[in-house]
Design a protein around this ligand. Structure first.
Ligand code: ASP
Length: 457
């Protein structure tokens, strides 16, 4: 059995949906399960509509909701069979009616809790999964809609809930497996779930990938296909580097490192269920389905290729903290991190010397307060407009000379922080944001001018 997951841009219009149903039909001689995101930018739009309502502008919110409904009606009209039109129209009617009621409630309350936001944003996948089911049926495929909220069970950390794997697996076995065993294609919305008490929750933004790997692991799929709008995982962001190369094969560890680093191809949690069950993941392009994509596996032995990809993050602030008291005072680091912890600000990169610590954050909401508290025992200098560049590859930690090549490539660039993670498969550098492009270009030219054709396309 294979799990095929399609992201929002792969189903953003009638044409896109037709392409996707064609891709699924082409694979339908094998047992399949389909997971879909919300259509296009529906989740962003729902969140925006919710905020508008909670700010008291109910007319504005209902106006925006209407155009979202219009979008769904227009882009789905031609993809379902004539005999299914009335039922789909009724589905839209009911769901948009509920949404309008919800918005009225939000505007009266004047607030949008994480729990309400989950209910609101769940509608994107609740709509799209029914649309895709009908679109597949219109192609003569035996698609069956499954409400993911009845199958994927989570804790109640609304906004970014964690799955309860045993319960989810039990429900997959009971509600989904029999469909597959009788030759049907279950279609599930990604991202959405519910708590043990049946309250709607979500797995966090971009969580449909995670749904796909949870379901794939629970049903021991042979492969999990993540269909996006790029040819696979690339050696660098193609908007910076042209041409970036496609990585043909890489390890789970490398892919996780890139996902955590915001390479935007896979949701960071996606790898966990796949790793645990050793299920390969393949990243594919729904606009270019002939391309074989990127295969992500536990281990591969495709010859020497030390560096796989160069990722970057903008909008980073470095916080430099120097001890004002003494050298080697114990508890200095603990005191610093306690402040960041209390303000729920996650720290990404850390470098230290005996008397100073530099760390990076991307959320500066509480920076002024944190600086004030840190100043009670240290000198603090925040430096904004920084970027992190991260060089990723399984063998970095075991290959002499990598650091030398990195620094040679960057001899003209001022590097503020350097760190090699404990996993030993990345080297991260902080540079001025204005030097980000030059940094990525220089590193890409150094490591990808000549490549192993078995690993890179
Ligand atoms: N629709 C959700 C989002 O936009 C989940 C996903 O697409 O993966 O975040």
């Amino acid at each position: 059995m294979i799990v095929m997951k399609f992201g929002g841009s792969s189903i953003e219009s009638a044409d896109a949906v037709q392409r996707v149903t064609g891709i699924i039909a082409g694979r339908a001689q094998r047992p399949l399960l389909v997971v879909v995101s919300a259509m296009g930018k529906t989740t962003d739009r729902l969140i925006e509509i919710g905020r508008t309502a909670a700010n008291g502008d109910i007319d504005g919110a209902l106006g925006k909701l209407n155009s979202l409904r219009e979008f769904h009606a227009v882009e789905t009209a031609s993809v379902v069979a004539p005999q299914a039109e009335a039922a789909l129209e009724k589905h839209f009617e009911d769901h948009f009616h509920e949404l309008a009621e919800l918005l009225r409630g939000l505007s009266i309350l004047g607030e949008l809790s994480a729990r309400s936001l989950d209910v609101l944003s769940s509608y994107g996948e609740r709509l799209s999964s029914v649309v895709i089911t009908e679109a597949l049926r219109a192609q003569g495929l035996a698609a069956e809609h499954i409400d993911s909220r009845e199958v994927i069970v989570t804790d109640d950390r609304f906004g970014e809930a964690s799955p309860l794997v045993d319960e989810t697996n039990a429900r997959l076995a009971r509600l989904v497996r029999p469909l597959i065993d009788t030759g049907r294609i279950p279609v599930m919305g990604g991202f959405i779930a519910s708590t043990m008490n049946g309250i709607t929750s979500t797995l966090g933004r971009g969580g449909s990938d995670f749904t796909a790997s949870l379901v794939g692991a629970g049903l021991t799929a042979e492969e999990i296909e993540i269909w996006t709008d790029v040819d696979g995982v690339l050696t660098a962001d193609p908007s910076l580097i042209s041409p970036a190369r496609r990585i043909r094969i890489m390890s789970f560890a490398e892919a996780s490192e890139l996902a955590y680093f915001g390479a935007r191809v896979l949701h960071p949690s996606t790898m966990l269920p796949a790793v645990r069950n050793n299920i390969p993941i393949r990243v594919l392009n729904s606009r270019n389905p002939e391309v074989e994509g990127t295969l992500i596996v536990a281990e591969h032995a495709e010859g020497q290729s030390i560096i796989k990809s160069i990722a970057y993050q903008e909008g980073i602030t470095v916080v430099e903290v120097r001890s004002t008291r003494m050298l080697m005072a114990h508890g200095f680091l603990a005191k610093i991190f306690e402040v960041f912890d209390r303000y729920e600000t996650s720290v990404d990169m850390v470098t230290t010397s005996e008397v100073s610590v530099s760390l990076t954050i991307d959320d500066t909401t509480h920076l002024p307060d944190m600086v004030q508290e840190l100043q009670e025992f240290a000198e603090v200098t925040p430096v904004s407009d920084q970027g992190i560049v991260c060089v990723v590859g399984d063998n970095i930690g075991y290959t002499p000379g990598i650091a030398a090549r990195i620094f040679q490539a960057l001899e003209q660039i001022n590097i503020r922080m350097i760190s090699q993670g404990a996993s030993r498969l990345n080297v991260s550098l902080v540079v001025d944001e204005k030097d980000l492009r030059r940094t990525v270009e220089a590193l890409h030219a150094t490591f990808f001018s000549q490549v192993n054709e078995k690993v890179f396309a």
